[in-house]
Write a protein that binds this ligand. Structure first.
Ligand code: SF4
Length: 221
């Protein structure tokens, strides 16, 4: 991993990794060109997230503390964002957390509206949360959960070194695109059907047409 510090402007959001892993063009349209558009799926997703977040609330249950909307960051990766839920389970050989005056196992939980996906994007987002939490609490986090609204189940996700390497590579690629101000070309995929950006992405047009050029042309017409 690159051993460097990141300026405030260079920080990326945790949620970006999910978009980029799904489709680099979708990520660029949203984060580089500001073209994000809501569709019914993204609106439902926000509603589920808002329910999970309830900004930085804490709830104590037997043997565990549930923290919603925890702000997390990693200085070594240049990343910040929120965790939907972090569960702190009391554990004798866990990490000492002064704010909660005890030793705990730290478990991130992410909420998604749909069902488990074919791609790794949700897992990478959760793993990135775990990397932030590991750095903040000086601990190791071997697993987390993703709760899927459609199946109403939470799925255990065991973390791996491979996921960490993939994340580091994807963050590097994202920063290269940002530096070049370059939006990747259309590469149609199964997910295009449900993509909230399909109208601005225009996958039916020539693959080398940039959105900006298309919109400018339409304005002139
Ligand atoms: S429509 Fe397809 S290619 Fe275009 S941004 Fe969405 S997922 Fe990516």
């Amino acid at each position: 991993m690159e051993n460097r510090t990141y300026s405030e402007e260079e920080y990326l959001q945790i949620a970006e990794i999910q978009h980029f892993a799904f489709c680099p063009r979708q990520w660029a349209l949203d984060y580089l060109e500001g073209q994000w558009q809501e569709n019914v799926l993204t609106i439902e997703g926000h509603a589920l997230h808002d329910k999970a977040h309830d900004p930085m609330s804490r709830e104590k249950r037997k043997g565990k503390i549930i923290v919603r909307g925890m702000r997390v960051f990693s200085a070594s990766l240049g990343i910040s964002g929120d965790c939907d839920i972090v569960e702190l389970h009391e554990k004798k050989d866990g990490v000492f957390i002064p704010a909660f005056n005890g030793t705990y196992e730290v478990i991130p939980i992410e909420y998604k509206r749909g069902r488990p996906k074919e791609g790794e994007e949700d897992v990478l987002q959760l793993k990135l949360q775990a990397l932030c939490l590991e750095e903040m609490f000086c601990t190791t986090i071997p697993y987390g959960y993703i709760y899927y609204g459609e199946t109403r189940r939470r799925q255990e996700t065991v973390f791996s070194e491979q996921q960490r390497e993939t994340i580091i590579e994807l963050l590097k690629q994202m920063r290269q695109y940002i530096q070049r101000g370059y939006t990747p070309k259309v590469r149609r995929r199964k997910g295009c059907r449900k993509c909230s950006l399909q109208d601005v992405c225009i996958p039916k047009l020539k693959p080398d047409t940039s959105v900006q050029a298309y919109l400018e042309k339409r304005l002139v017409e």
